[in-house]
Design a protein around this ligand. Structure first.
Ligand code: DP6
Length: 359
């Protein structure tokens, strides 16, 4: 029984105090998670590229105590706006991680990408925090590394759905699909079997609009409940997931482009046809998309785009075209980037523990 793995089974004494530091990347979905049921159950399966450079480093310092308290700092500063999401995360994970509530905890976190870049830090943030927590659990229960990652993915999902996928690279699948063995709604599974055409695939993120989104992802997910096209969308996502797996395995870059771009535009089409409707793309987003299509046609370089729930554009392409694409960005796309900013990233291998000590 897989869910037995999630139960807390202590065999060792709880450490009196200690500190654990983890690092976890962001990820970009190729087939999008858009729509969820309580508690954090996706209405369709998704698959993502795990990133490398955009990541969060988190340390938890813990000290045995009669009452549970936590303090949270980002870049050394208290940030009150994050507290409600972390409180809700702790209340959701309580039954699975009772040991945690015997400590006073100090969480210190920092991101490699700018705070106000419009890149969600929830995926990297919750996965880094969850892995640090399951590292402590491993100290107490002695469970395997495999179970540690599985549980970290499960806990991450309760913080933010897409965070469940950040534990594993180069790709991760989250959500049940009838044809994908071990796929399920509660945690992500790794997908390793990618063709060399997709190894070190580049993701250059154009920061079109760094402002705070007008509609949060959580609100957007909820608008899928009474959405006129939800049934079709969920079945399309299931088909796209199966197709994407086969595309990644076979190395079919052209089919990759058509499924990935269609997914990006469908995500935004769902937003535009919700009730109430909303638009997260900006003029710059559309201009970049047009330019990418023109460039692909004239150069024959398989440059494609995807979008998350915002205006920024992720440009995806094989590593061998990096310099040519960067020249194109500098010459033609940088005008659409706020403060001319973009971030160079690529496919990475997931989350890790970088330090631990106990007393
Ligand atoms: C468009 O994971 O941010 O990026 O579970 O409410 O925290 P919550 O939502 P979140 O949604 C991500 C939506 C997306 C697509 C994706 O990453 O699959």
């Amino acid at each position: 029984m897989i869910f037995d793995k999630l139960k807390y089974k202590p065999i060792n004494m709880l450490p009196v105090s200690g500190k654990i530091t983890s690092v976890s990347p962001s990820n970009i979905a190729l087939v999008k998670y858009w729509g969820k049921k309580p508690v954090q159950i996706p209405t369709n399966p998704s698959i993502s590229f795990t990133l490398k450079n955009c990541h969060t480093q988190t340390s938890i310092s813990f000290k045995k105590s009669n009452s549970f308290t936590f303090d949270f700092k980002i870049d050394g500063k208290s940030e009150k706006s994050f507290i409600p999401k972390i409180e809700s995360f702790f209340s959701r994970i309580k039954d699975f991680t009772p040991f945690l509530f015997e400590y006073q905890i100090q969480i210190n976190t920092n991101n490699t990408f700018p705070h106000s870049s419009g890149i969600a830090s929830s995926a990297s943030g919750f996965s880094a925090l969850s892995l640090a927590i399951t590292q402590l659990e491993q100290k107490i229960t002695g469970f395997s590394n495999e179970d540690k990652y599985l549980k970290a993915s499960y806990l991450s999902r309760l913080g933010s759905g897409s965070a469940s996928r950040s534990l594993y690279g180069p790709c991760a699948i989250w959500g049940f699909h009838k044809d994908v063995i071990n796929s399920n709604d509660e945690f992500a599974i790794e997908f390793q079997n990618i063709h060399s055409n997709f190894k070190n695939y580049q993701d250059t993120i154009l920061l079109i609009d760094k402002g705070i989104k007008k509609v949060s992802s959580t609100d957007g997910h909820n608008l899928m409940h009474n959405h006129p096209f939800s049934k079709e969308r969920f079945s399309q996502a299931n088909k796209n997931l199966k197709d994407t797996i086969s595309i990644l395995e076979k190395g079919d870059v052209n089919k990759f482009i058509s499924v990935t771009e269609s997914e990006a535009l469908t995500l935004h089409a769902m937003m535009m046809t919700s009730n109430p409707y909303f638009i997260l793309m900006k003029e710059g987003t559309l201009s970049v998309i047009e330019k990418v299509w023109e460039f692909r046609k004239s150069s024959d370089i398989p440059l494609s785009f995807t979008l998350d729930a915002g205006a920024n554009v992720h440009l995806l392409y094989p590593e061998k075209y990096k310099q040519t694409v960067l020249n194109f960005i500098e010459k033609e796309l940088i005008v659409y980037c706020e403060n001319q900013q973009y971030i160079c990233d690529e496919v990475g291998s997931g989350a890790n523990i970088i330090n631990e000590n106990y007393a």
